[in-house]
Design a protein around this ligand. Sequence first.
Ligand code: FES
Ligand code: FES
Length: 176
Amino acid sequence: MTRGSLGTAPESADPRQTTRMTVNGETVEREVSVRMLLSDFLRHELGLTGTHVGCEHGVCGACTVMIDGRAGRSCLTFAVQADGADIRTIESVAGEDGSLHPLQEAFRDCHALQCGYCTPGMIMNILSHMEAGENLDMSDQEIRELLSGNLCRCTGYANIVKAVRQVADQSNRISP
Ligand code: FES
Ligand code: FES
């Protein structure tokens, strides 16, 4: 039986390349297949399993991380494309002492999650807007549009909208 015929997994001929990036403040470097997705790189190479994978084709938003400060789909980005980038994942959001970020507290307070599968992607999307200094003091419709790239099968979105409203109100109190 020759290699690659029935019953034998063909050997991958994918070229490999070194990619080096900053992830949650630490520089990481790995040699990977040029086809490896950033989502798989984060989960399987770095063990950062807080980034979830749902559809793997850019629809659900579960895999959202911050790439150079903006929300991006890690399932639509190759690890080698992220060479030189600054990546942040959900693991970077809480304080080192485990204290929750106000956005995470708002999700908890408003019961804005059930199974939690969509939550890391939601948080990273909203956080990218907060950290870019964009005003979250929006109408419910505008908040829904902000969240339109993140699908949730459980909540019906109403409590997620409430959580965004809570964190926007807090920010207004802190910086009038
Ligand atoms: S897993 Fe990336 S958008 Fe669904
Ligand atoms: S809380 Fe379950 S998918 Fe959103």
